[in-house]
Structure formats: C-alpha cells, structure tokens
Design a protein around this ligand. Structure first.
Ligand code: M6R
Length: 318
C-alpha cells in the first residue's frame, strides 16, 4: 500500500458513505489521492485507472452485485484489489487480491450499523498506518489515545435514549428532513440521511452545508427539520452561518456538535453534544446519535425496523 499512487474506493449504499469518510481521512493523514465511486456507476463508465493504483472494495455482505462487478473490472485492468468485507468467504472476499475482514459479527437487520462502524474504524486505521510518518509524535500519541477512549465515549452516546426519543417525537410526522455538514460531517450527514429514510420512510436528503444556497434552501419552510452537524472547529464558523440561514427561514434545527465548536443557542432548537475526540475519528461517534434517532423515529411510525419494505440485506442483482 505504501507504494501505490492512487486509491479508488468502490462500494454501494452505506459502504459508499464509509468510502466518503475514508477519502477525507486518507487524504488528510496518508496523503494519497483517493477517489470514491459508486460501484453501479464505476462498472459502466469506462474509468481511466492508474495501473499503480489500488482499488478498495467495501462490502458488508461481500455479495453486492455491482461491487463484485467493479472488483472484476479493476482486476481485468490489472490493478491490485483490497476487499474490506464482513462476511467471511463471500465472493468479494474470495476474489480480492487482499482481504481485511471487519469482524463486526453477523449483521441481520437490513440497515447496516455495526458493519458501517467497523468499516470506518478499519479504514481509519489503514490511513493511520500509512500516514503516521506524516504527523508528529505528539499527534500520533493523541490519536492513539483518542482511539482507546472511543468505546467508553460510544457507551455514553448509546445511553442517551431519552434525548433521542425527545428529538424523534418532534420529527417523526414530518415529510422532509434535511441533513447538512461540511467535510467529514457531510459524509456522516449522507449516512444519517440514508439511515433515516430507509427505516422510517421519511424523505430525507443530505447536503454539503455550502451547497444549500445553490438550490436546496428554497425547500426550507417553517418547521422543516434540518439536522446540522458541526464537529470540526476549523470550519465550524462556515457551517454555523449556513445554520443561521436556514433558521431564519423557519427551520427547526437539530444540532450535533462537540465541545470544540461554539454555537449560539439562538441558532438551534435541540442540541446533542458528542464527546470530543480527534477530528479524524470523530465520525465513529457522530454517526451513533443519527442511527439511534432513525431507530426511534421508525419505532414511532410503527415501521418494521429490521426489515424495511422493498429492501434486501444483500443486493445480489442489478
Ligand atoms: O453488503 P454491502 O455492504 O455491499 O451492501 C451495500 C448496500 O446495499 C448497503 O450498505 C445498504 O445501503 C444498506 N441497506 C444501508 O443500511
């Protein structure tokens, strides 16, 4: 991996969203160019691939038809391939040159949660492994210490059911919900939005906060929920200014933030404070409240949470 020129991450659905997180983390830490592609697009668009590149296919099931086809295409073009897979012995695991198992345990519910977290953790560790030479000893120490604290911090977040129920009560009967964020927070917004729509059947969309002005803001009305993620203090101010814009148009802002970012209480209706950690592993914490809120919303709507309509756990056909 240390000799490769470029990484192509190919996946579908939530696994693609893991790829988007990994793109930010890998480029920041490992300093290798990363391109993330949806497998269903990649396989048909005649991609120009650098022969010294590495194709990483992320898949919980290891059987997703589009991801498998993308893997085969990359191999036909002579690129090395790495599968990040949960199901041992699955097609993608068997056909990849290298495989790293996420070992999240078997995942039964259609909506992925623990596999998403395990994939994100694994890719972050790969980035750290390649990129440790690019950071100071002090930062490396801080990152490793932050990683050790994650399980306890996750526990804290998973035990805030009352808070998630309270938020779910305010949004479960809405028709449209928006998620916004910048940088890695946008990658998390994408996954939060998918989780909500797939199990609760509420229309939701994720937008990079800076794109709001280019169209989506016209959809914001009195009472439209906007779940706003602000965890990176370096760009917090920019996202906060977008939050102000939606708030002044009547949006009901649900803010996810940490102690590093200071958001005036005039600009949100409800707030969830996420434990603070190193910015590159923050996604592992930020996603949890979004998964739990989706769960509570789906429950209030009486939906079958483990088995949402029209969806299959593993998409083995196009
Ligand atoms: O098994 P895979 O990781 O390849 O599956 C990819 C997607 O089908 C999957 O992540 C899907 O988007 C989930 N239902 C999301 O929760």
């Amino acid at each position: 991996i240390k000799k490769i020129s470029q990484i192509y991450i190919v996946a579908c659905g939530s696994a693609y969203h893991v790829g988007v997180v990994a793109q930010y983390v890998m480029e920041d830490l490992a300093k290798i160019p990363v391109r993330v592609e949806l497998a269903s697009e990649f396989r048909y668009r005649k991609p120009l691939l650098d022969p010294d590149g590495l194709v990483i296919v992320i898949s919980q099931s290891g059987e997703t038809a589009d991801s498998l086809a993308a893997l085969r295409l990359a191999k036909d073009k002579g690129l090395r391939t790495l599968g990040i897979v949960n199901v041992v012995g699955s097609s993608i695991a068997r056909e990849s040159d290298l495989v790293l198992y996420t070992k999240a345990g078997s995942e039964i519910a259609v909506a992925t949660t623990k596999a998403y977290s395990a994939q994100t953790a694994l890719l972050s560790l790969i980035a750290l492994n390649i990129g440790q030479k690019n950071i100071s000893k002090a930062e490396l120490k801080e990152l490793l210490e932050s990683i050790k604290k994650l399980p306890a911090q996750m526990e804290i977040l998973l035990n805030k059911d009352k808070k998630y129920q309270e938020i779910a009560e305010t949004i479960y009967n809405k028709e449209d919900i928006f998620f916004i964020g910048r940088d890695i927070d946008y990658a998390i917004a994408m996954e939060g939005s998918l989780k909500l729509k797939e199990i609760s059947y509420i229309h939701s969309e994720a937008y990079p906060a800076g794109e709001l002005k280019h169209g989506t803001i016209s959809l914001i009305e009195e009472g439209t929920p906007v779940i706003s993620i602000v965890t990176n203090k370096n760009i917090a101010e920019k996202t906060i200014s977008n939050i102000k814009e939606v708030k002044s148009r009547g949006a009901e802002v649900i803010l996810l933030t940490n102690s590093k970012c200071d958001v005036d209480s005039d600009f949100y209706n409800k707030k969830i404070v996420i434990p603070t950690t190193h910015k590159l592993i923050q996604p592992l914490l930020t996603i949890l409240p979004l998964q739990k809120i989706s769960y509570e919303v789906a429950k209030l709507r009486g939906a079958d949470i483990d088995q949402p309509k029209n969806l299959a756990k593993s998409v083995t056909v196009e």
